[in-house]
Write a protein that binds this ligand. Structure first.
Ligand code: C5P
Length: 401
């Protein structure tokens, strides 16, 4: 996902420097080449050897060391970078960058680079809230730097406040989003639905299904990483909210339809990954239904939910999913025609390694022109990219925006 990308990771002297090891490791796992630059004070908190071992690359700590291939030409790192990330960033480095100092390798690299720069501050609450730090951050933001705001919580000083380094996942998500800006979906608006809707029976019970949301979240993140502006409309899901995506939380099919209608007003594509309930209780009891009152049996009257894909109109591509337990290709073909879709992904949800809950999926893509592409078992993220490859192709064919 970050293959062929060079991430220059700047580490400065905050107690949160140890968290940068996790960031470096996750970036390497995602396929990036990671070049760590440490300030002198950062080396007091974590050994350069930690980063060297995690990244398999020399770690730069000083301007004039001869051990590093980059030390001879200090702008080489700045040129190699696809993105520069400073995490954690102290008040000191933020101040230096704001005025354009270049008295160490990290500040010199930032001054010399044309790559986007991401700053994740971590410091004592008073230092963070000090107007001089806030002014410096505002200056950097105005200059196009991306700031990953610190979190609220317990700080090293024992105080509780704003200043903790943002969650590693948030920093990684921001890196992917920033790197995706020049991707093949740049400036496209993609609406994705995810999860299984819940149709209320009474205040505590609902009719639902086994969808986890994993496929939809994977599509949303993949689209973000390719530069799209993504709106994710999600039914309740245990997954954490992705970074850099507009997330709309809904519960029922009717709520999902309203949210999709609103989001699709400006969309280039709608990808309906959600398992939308086909039926909802005709009425929702205002109080919890008592078993004493219901007696030996309880009959629920169900009525049809709106078919979102078929009903939401507009000039955007429509991609549907068809979760089937039998004749999945034939059934999906029928749905493609009935709902007037551009593409449908049929998956057999009876296999244990495919469909609901798991991280992998085996789908067959069927397009409007009848072309059938059977994909092997893949990670949901890989399936997402295959679908988006098709979306990119179809958008290009369509031309226009
Ligand atoms: O008809 P079926 O539910 O099998 O179709 C599946 C596809 O239609 C999925 O993409 C799903 O998100 C979408 N759908 C919908 N509105 C419904 C039911 C399903 O948009 N009420």
């Amino acid at each position: 996902m970050l293959t062929n990308k060079t991430v220059v990771l700047g580490v400065t002297g905050s107690i949160a420097a140890y968290k940068a090891a996790d960031i470096a490791s996750k970036l390497v796992q995602a396929g990036a080449e990671v070049r760590v630059v440490m300030t002198e004070s950062a080396t007091e908190f974590v050994s350069p050897l930690t980063f060297r071992s995690l990244t398999n690359q020399p770690v730069v700590t000083g301007m004039f060391e001869l051990a590093s291939e980059f030390s001879l030409e200090h702008v080489a790192l700045a040129e190699a970078a696809d993105v520069v990330v400073i995490a954690p960033a102290t008040a000191n480095i933020i101040a230096k960058l704001a005025v354009g100092l270049a008295d160490d390798m990290l500040s010199a690299t930032v001054l010399a680079t044309e790559a986007p720069v991401i700053i994740a501050p971590a410091m004592n609450v008073n230092m963070f809230q000090n107007s001089v730090t806030q002014d410096n951050l505002a200056k950097l933001k105005a200059r196009g730097f991306t700031i990953v705001d610190p979190a609220y919580g317990r700080l090293a000083s024992g105080k509780v406040g704003l200043g903790r380094l943002a969650e590693v996942e948030k920093i990684i998500g921001t890196i992917k989003q920033v790197l995706g800006r020049s991707g093949d979906l740049a400036a496209r608006r993609i609406v994705v639905t995810a999860g299984g809707t819940q149709e209320a029976i009474d205040p505590v019970r609902y009719v639902g299904n086994r969808s986890s949301g994993k496929m939809g979240y994977a599509v949303a993140e993949a689209a973000r990483d390719r530069g799209a502006k993504v709106t994710l409309i999600t039914a309740p899901s245990a997954l954490s909210e992705p970074v850099g995506i507009d997330v709309v939380h809904i519960t029922s099919a009717v709520e999902m339809k309203e949210a999709v209608t609103r989001a699709c007003a400006q969309a280039d594509a709608l990808i309906m990954t959600a398992a939308v309930a086909d039926y909802q209780p005709k009425s929702t009891a205002r109080q919890k239904i008592k078993k004493e009152a219901a007696g030996a049996g309880l009959t629920l009257e169900l009525v049809k939910t709106p078919d979102i894909l078929a009903e939401v109109k507009g000039d955007f591509l429509r991609v549907g999913f068809a979760a089937e337990t039998e004749d999945h290709v034939a059934n999906a073909r029928q749905k493609l025609a009935k709902k007037q879709l551009d593409l449908i992904a049929a998956n057999d949800v009876t296999a244990p390694d495919s469909g609901f809950t798991v991280d992998t999926n085996r789908v067959t893509l069927i397009s409007r022109d009848g072309k059938v592409e059977e994909l092997p078992l893949m990670l949901k993220r890989e399936v997402a990219d295959k679908i988006l490859d098709r979306v990119v192709g179809m958008l290009a064919e369509k031309g226009g925006r």
